[in-house]
Ligand binder design. Sequence first.
Ligand SMILES: Nc1ncnc2c1ncn2[C@@H]1O[C@H](COP(=O)(O)OP(=O)(O)O)[C@@H](O)[C@H]1O
Ligand SMILES: [Mg+2]
Length: 323
Amino acid sequence: MNRQEEREVLLNVEHLCMHFHAKAGRRKTLVKAVDDVSFQVYRSETFGLVGESGCGKTTTGRTILRLYTPTSGNIEFDGRSLTGKMTKELQSYLTEHITCIFQDPIDSLNPRMTVREIIGEGLFVRGIHDRAEIDRRVFEVLEKVGLTKEHANRYPHEFSGGQRQRIGIARAIIVNPSMVIADEPVSALDVSVQAQVINLLNDLKREYGLTIIFVAHNLSVVKYFSDRIGVMYRGKLLEVARSDDLYEHPIHPYTKLLLSAIPMPNPLIEKERESLVYDVKTAHDYSTEQPHMVEILPEHFVYGSESEILRYRRELKGDALCC
Ligand SMILES: Nc1ncnc2c1ncn2[C@@H]1O[C@H](COP(=O)(O)OP(=O)(O)O)[C@@H](O)[C@H]1O
Ligand SMILES: [Mg+2]
């Protein structure tokens, strides 16, 4: 049995498109925020979704949560379609199974609510109205995220950035979701605090068997944390691979660029490194050949035209990786 067969697909995104009609002055433009994106997320894994600002990461997450109605494509979660007509039943299915951690903990926490109310709200919405029961579960989850029950009666502004993100995490996990979409959960935090929050998410993932989509705009944040990584650029998914494969054998020139942007701990190596550039207009010619996602190595997918895939295969052959 290979690695793929052992795992259960929890989320299956197929040919997802989310296009917006936006106004630029008097002109109407079509923004292809997510454009024919397909990927799978296995149960209990962390899937890193990486790409520069504006490439469509948040829109992907929000479309999975059905905050947007997709332009086209399918999303299946645990075998159930999320792309049909929005019904009350589908809405409650979504709120029960998929929760979210946001980038900016101060923006996403209501300043007029106490921590107890913020974290307990999800239980209330799901029909648990017994105050003692809500308190018990709020205190329990506060401890899980490294806070104490004494914090429950305070307000968000009384906490540091890292603590606020712990509150955001507590709010996301109290309902025992199957999957959490963490949308740049550490981007607004100091570097020293980022590692603590990532470690906390890692511990919770192990303890609860959580499935996490971890969104980030650079690869250094997701490096040690994700089981697999998808690289996005201008609404397209360009490469998907296991983390170690992606780091050792990046194939797409944009992935190579993102990797080259990770600072090296050794200043001598750092000084010697060439910095890559990626210009989508000159890097590809898709005028005669349509690009596709191709599995170029086991579980390693890359987006390219037939001649690009041939070239990538030759490069891999040079590295003795591909037959
Ligand atoms: N509601 C919307 N209406 C119009 N355009 C949008 C909307 N949401 C996002 N976009 C555009 O879609 C693109 C992708 O945005 P986003 O998903 O927020 O990227 P990321 O999270 O990777 O920074 C951007 O060009 C953004 O301006
Ligand atoms: Mg975003």
